[in-house]
Design a protein around this ligand. Structure first.
Ligand SMILES: [Zn+2]
Length: 452
């Protein structure tokens, strides 16, 4: 009976997917949704590809899974992935069913599937991945993800014991996930150790989960990422198998376990993502030469980060800054403040637009967001555009961002008009996922202004 239900669900989902394709629409969610509605255990009936890799964690899932996919494809493997679709249960089902024949046999050798942490309990009971890469467990949208302890609790229950975990050793929460999984590979970073740990406001772990003692930090890179130890019982970071030992920004390379790779993006968050991908690929048996070759042609996903020259010797950098996610946006603020150049203009379009229209809005995450990097003297102008500009104004005041360099506009449309183009050559547009279209319009308007 169950098999019959699965076959019916598969047929219905395939028909919908075909229909969507004929209409030129995206088939990365709806077919999966129909499949799991008709047969909740749908994913479990699909035959697993020879290698199944899942990527999860708070930040960097898409960058990491895209990267793994592109390296594997460059070695000639046929790879299924859901990075341009949805990463919740229906999206995972859609990706796997598109890779399957009508009877559920896989078409490709490898699947690299990004899985939202909250969907874990609806995905892993039905499939056992060969590998799960988890980059970090950090505070995310409070409304959706509550707290890191809640997310860890979900992942601890969900990860299958037979799966090999590829974990960030510098994130103690992530490193200690799912003790039932005995096969564990750890990666992390030794390069550019920060000297001090002061000023880190948002920490998701302060006390030792083993004995309750207060954890001591040798150094903290950001949030709780760094080297920490419990003086009472020794609980802390595990030893790493893969370590970034150097980042050479001048020559555009970084070094992992003595081997050099092209530095595709120098944001330390992305170096962690790349190191996680290298740890997985090397464990899979991909050679250093193959990975290096893929790195040479790699680019970050275009919708996440672009940098280009504009008319009049100006430079524009566009960076996706996930709203509701204080760590992601804090990292972007920090990255921008550390970028080369001493006269930068930053336009922030992070407005919880989707929450305003579809949901209950919760602005408390703005009080977890670290605005202090915007006070850096290298940032000459900061513009916040959108309905919540007054909230941003209050936060800028609290963080000591000088009033004379800030502008607050209640609407996004036309906000590039406030950029002082005579003064600033280095312009950063930061935008929320939901404001991609608006950001593109502002980008176009900015280019037109520069040309004029
Ligand atoms: Zn302890």
């Amino acid at each position: 009976m169950k098999k019959l239900r699965f076959l019916f669900a598969m047929l219905a989902a395939k028909c919908v997917s075909l229909g969507l394709k004929v209409l030129g629409r995206n088939a990365t969610y709806l077919p999966g949704l129909i499949a799991v509605k008709l047969a909740p255990d749908f994913i479990g009936h699909l035959k697993k590809p020879a290698t199944l890799i899942c990527v999860t964690g708070t930040n960097g899932k898409t960058t990491t899974s895209n990267f793994i996919t592109s390296v594997l494809r460059s070695t000639g493997k046929r790879v299924t992935n859901n990075s341009f679709g949805s990463n919740v249960q229906a999206g995972v089902a859609a990706a796997l069913l598109l890779n399957s024949t009508l009877t559920g046999k896989p078409k490709n050798d490898v699947a690299v599937i990004e899985v939202d942490e909250r969907s874990s309990l609806k995905v892993y009971p039905y499939i056992t991945p060969d590998y799960i890469v988890c980059n970090n467990i950090m505070r995310d949208s409070l409304k959706r993800n509550a707290h890191t302890e809640f997310i860890s609790y979900i992942l601890n229950r969900a990860f299958p014991a037979k799966t090999t975990l590829i974990l960030n050793a510098d994130d103690v929460i992530c490193a200690h996930l799912a003790p039932q999984c005995e096969k564990r590979v750890y990666f992390g970073m030794d390069a550019e150790r920060p000297e001090k740990t002061e000023g880190m406001k948002a920490r998701d772990i302060v006390y030792c989960p083993a004995c309750g003692g207060r954890l001591e930090a040798e150094y903290i890179r950001y949030n709780h990422i760094g080297s920490v130890k419990c003086p009472a019982c020794g609980w802390g970071n595990p030893a790493r198998d893969f370590t970034v030992t150097a980042i050479d920004r001048e020559n555009g390379t970084f070094t992992v376990n003595g081997e050099d790779y092209k530095l595709v993006n120098d944001n330390v968050v992305n170096v962690y993502n790349f190191c996680g991908a290298i740890a997985l690929l090397t464990t899979l048996g991909v050679t250093h030469e193959e990975i290096v070759k893929a790195f040479e042609n790699a680019e970050l996903v275009k919708t996440r980060y672009t940098a280009e020259a504009l008319a009049g010797g100006r430079r524009l950098t566009m960076i996706l800054s996930k709203g509701q996610n204080p760590v992601a946006v804090s990292r972007v603020f920090s990255y921008v403040s550390k970028c080369e150049g001493d006269d930068k203009c930053v336009l922030v379009m992070v407005d919880d637009k989707a929450d305003n229209t579809n949901n209950v809005e919760n602005t408390c995450w703005l009080y977890d967001l670290d605005y202090a990097p915007l006070a850096d003297p290298s940032v000459g102008q900061v513009i916040f555009a959108g309905k919540r500009c007054c909230e941003h104004q209050l936060r800028c005041d609290m963080a000591g961002v000088p009033e004379e360099k800030t502008v607050f506009l209640p609407v996004v449309s036309g906000s590039v008009g406030a950029i002082d183009l005579d003064r600033f050559k280095d312009i950063f547009l930061l935008y929320d996922n939901y404001l991609l279209d608006d950001a593109r319009k502002e980008e176009k308007a900015l280019k037109a202004r520069c040309e004029a």
